[in-house]
Write a protein that binds this ligand. Structure first.
Ligand code: KPL
Length: 298
């Protein structure tokens, strides 16, 4: 996602872009030959400046797009890269990222967004893009950033109801990601089996029940949305399946784990998310100890 957004924003010309990170090989390839994007227009390349994680900025915006398992590691460098009026913007999956970043940068300097664009890393400096959009919490800096995204050809807007969008996406990810990861199948394959569909629906509805208990009623049925997304992205291997395939830690704690913890705090039962959380942790070979409820934004 970082490569895709950096290349598109740089090509759009409304922003000066630097991509930072810890993947030395990837940064080196980008420094030498830019980023190549394969999208529905074909294949194109764009030069993008690079910086080590601790060497970027000062920036008006620091977009955080790392996996939620890495948020803690990038929070302080992200905060340090901010210019005087800069903002950190998290476009990550799951819960808890905003709070971690706020501890480093201050809550007034963190904005939350939801990205439904898809990106598959094909190799260092090369990414395949799938269409989607970005929404961010409403504030004047986010409106400026949304404008830069639109200039870059990415549909983007601000929303006064960003928590609803965050929880709506969370419901989709808690349903599709662990089920496809555990079964080892692309998203669309879960639609063929009534048992797997039922799991998907039950996981999404539990997330909606926890959201409602937090005072965030979701406007459309998240189970319907999860089924629609699974059908629209039928050929995709979910990000969690890709993580399991390459032996990386998954985002299960920030997805089902955070829902279970938040459900406990609010007195909402989440047995399906708990089972999915446990099974993915077992598959990763990590201990099954429920994460402490994350101190979430009220
Ligand atoms: O966001 C996704 C992910 O894989 O993380 C979905 C929407 C499930 C698409 O694969």
């Amino acid at each position: 996602m970082g490569s895709l957004l950096a290349a598109r924003l740089a090509r759009g010309g409304a922003a000066t872009v630097t991509i930072g990170g810890t993947w030395a090989e990837g940064l080196e390839v980008i420094r030498r030959q830019g980023i190549t994007v394969d999208d529905d227009t074909g294949s194109w390349s764009m030069p993008v400046a690079t910086a080590p994680l601790d060497g970027a900025g000062p920036a008006d915006f620091v977009l955080v797009v790392v996996k939620s398992t890495r948020t803690e590691a990038v929070a302080v460098p992200a905060a340090r890269a901010l210019g005087p009026d800069g903002m950190v913007v998290t476009l990550q999956n799951g819960l808890g990222n905003r709070e971690i970043l706020a501890r480093a940068a201050g809550s007034e300097r963190v904005a939350v967004g939801v990205a439904t664009l898809g990106a598959t890393l094909l190799g260092p400096g090369r990414v395949r893009a799938f269409p989607g959009r970005i929404a961010m919490g409403a504030c004047p800096p986010a409106a400026r950033l949304a404008e830069a995204f639109r200039t870059a050809g990415i549909p983007a807007e601000t929303s006064a109801d960003i928590d609803r969008l965050v929880w709506g996406k969370l419901a989709v990810n808690c349903a599709i990601n662990p089920v496809t990861a555990l079964l080892g199948v692309p998203n669309g394959a879960v639609l063929a089996s009534p048992r797997d569909r039922h799991l998907l629906v039950a996981a999404a509805r539990e997330v909606a029940a926890v959201a409602a208990a937090r005072g965030i009623p979701l406007d459309s049925d998240p189970a319907r949305t999860a089924l629609d997304v699974a059908s629209r992205t039928a050929g995709n291997r979910s990000s969690m399946l890709q993580d399991l395939d390459r032996g990386a830690a998954t985002e299960i704690d920030a997805l089902c784990g955070a829902v279970v913890a938040e459900g406990r705090r609010l007195g909402v039962d989440t047995p399906v998310n708990a089972a999915l959380w446990r099974r993915v942790r077992e598959r990763e070979g990590r201990p099954v100890v429920l994460p402490a409820p994350a101190p979430l934004h009220p």
